[in-house]
Write a protein that binds this ligand. Structure first.
Ligand SMILES: [Zn+2]
Length: 444
């Protein structure tokens, strides 16, 4: 295998060839990460000013919506995916810049989204991803099994995969035999990395356990895309004798936070401005859950200010420092989608972990999904395992009442399939309640 210096040189050459600045951005973030918090905050404040000014000068939507001359970020209305769709993307774009990359999304909401980046913005996003992989110990050229949405990689990416020792496999249409083959191959490998969607990594670990493949030792596992539940992490780490490094980004090519070697989530502060807001739009206190509102500070082609991504997270104490010495501030915990919460009549909010924490110990149930039709009607659909017996349902119900300290109406429905979201990711909670969010400005 080629050594690391050569791979870094090749990465720089690839940048020149594709007119990108990935290596330059990566070097920048590598230096910046150990600067003190004050300096990083100052860079963030400058970046925020610059992007707000740019919006007022070049972006039609903000020129029309914001009447203040030099707005601060709180003068600017929230946006979300449906506002983008209803208004039209061109209103959010600087027409003088060229599109290099388009990110297509359809999250759990099922609303199709499209987000454009120019070369500079694309380079920064890729560089931050690489920085996060480095936090997990990865360097260019290390052997890597990667799980993605599609295995259609195109010639350029296929060549890159061969050269950089990447084995690319399907994340959401998992065939057990194929997974077993891939895993058997990993048995003999040393210092191998494994990356992909959290639920797909978990599925691989589950299949390995079922097939009795217990002798794979991975260097580390990096997850993204959907929620890394504690029970996913436990099984992956145990089955593959490794550590999981979770990363958290928005679909819009926005890199929000990732775990360092101490498994604290660091917020990519100079790249984004993150707000965690209550239902009235005020910043929550440390330790509280807030709606994630993110402003990417370096996509000048399509800048989105105060973008509501529909997630919830817990705010960390701003004074809390991580032993790793990085100056990027911390995010206490990522909760998941704001539709992943079940509300009881007694006023309790049961986050998705409430249910996974109970069901992970129930071997008689293979898969489950909670559907909140109303406050009076909470349905749990489940696929039984072979050893299933009815008695377990009573015991689950009692566990839930005990844990919630409330007897709420719940009904169980047996089923033989649970469909994923339109994007292929699993969805544990579906809520048909009207969830209150910080007020979005309506589209005129
Ligand atoms: Zn750290």
């Amino acid at each position: 295998m080629l050594n690391n210096t050569i791979y870094n040189k090749l990465a720089s050459i690839s940048d020149i060839f594709f007119k990108l600045h990935i290596q330059k951005s990566l070097n920048y973030f590598n230096r910046l990460q150990y600067e003190d918090q004050k300096k990083i905050r100052q860079i963030q404040a400058d970046n925020l000013n610059d992007i707000c000014r740019h919006c007022m000068e070049h972006i039609p939507y903000y020129q029309q919506k914001v009447k203040t001359q030099n707005p601060s970020v709180t003068d600017i209305p929230f946006v979300d995916k449906s506002i983008l769709l209803n208004t039209g993307l061109s209103a959010f774009m600087d027409s003088s810049r060229k599109i290099y990359f388009t990110d297509y999304t359809s999250g759990s909401s099922g609303i199709q989204g499209k987000f454009h980046s120019d070369r500079a913005a694309y380079s920064i996003a890729v560089a931050i991803q690489m920085l996060w992989w480095q936090w997990a110990g990865y360097e260019y050229g290390n052997p890597l099994l990667q799980l993605g949405m599609t295995t259609k990689r195109g010639l350029k990416k296929k060549l890159k995969d061969i050269f950089f020792h990447v084995n690319y496999q399907q994340a959401f249409h998992i065939e057990k035999d194929r997974v077993v083959d891939t895993l058997i191959h990993l048995r003999r490998k040393k210092a191998h990395f494994f990356m992909g969607y959290a639920s797909a990594l978990y599925e691989y670990a589950r299949i390995a356990k079922e097939a009795g493949i217990d002798d794979i030792k991975l260097k580390s596992v990096v997850s993204w895309g959907d929620k890394m539940f504690p029970h996913y992490r436990r099984i992956i780490e145990k089955q593959f004798h490794t550590e999981v490094f979770d990363t958290y980004g928005a679909n819009e090519n926005t890199m929000i936070a990732a775990e360092c070697e101490y498994h604290n989530y660091h917020i990519m502060t100079p790249h984004i401005y993150l707000e965690l807001l209550d239902n009235q739009g005020n910043e929550v206190k440390p330790g509280q859950i807030g709606h994630v509102v993110v402003t990417r500070l370096d996509n000048y082609l399509m800048p989105l200010i105060r973008y509501q991504i529909g997630d919830l997270a817990v705010k960390a104490d701003p004074e809390k420092k991580c032993p790793c010495g990085r100056g990027f501030p911390l995010l206490e915990k990522i909760i998941g989608r704001d539709t992943d919460i079940v509300y009881t009549k007694g006023g309790k909010s049961l986050i998705v972990h409430f249910f996974t924490g109970i069901f992970e110990y129930v071997e008689q149930i293979r898969q489950f999904q909670v559907i909140q039709h109303s406050l009076e009607d909470i349905e749990i659909r489940f696929i039984p395992s072979e050893n299933f017996s009815d008695h377990i349902l009573e015991s689950i119900q009692q566990d839930m009442y005990k844990k919630a300290n409330e007897r709420f109406p719940v009904r169980f429905t047996i089923t033989d399939s649970i469909l994923p979201t339109p994007s292929g990711k699993p969805q544990i909670v579906i809520s048909h309640l009207n969830i209150k969010k910080p007020e979005c400005e309506s589209v005129s």
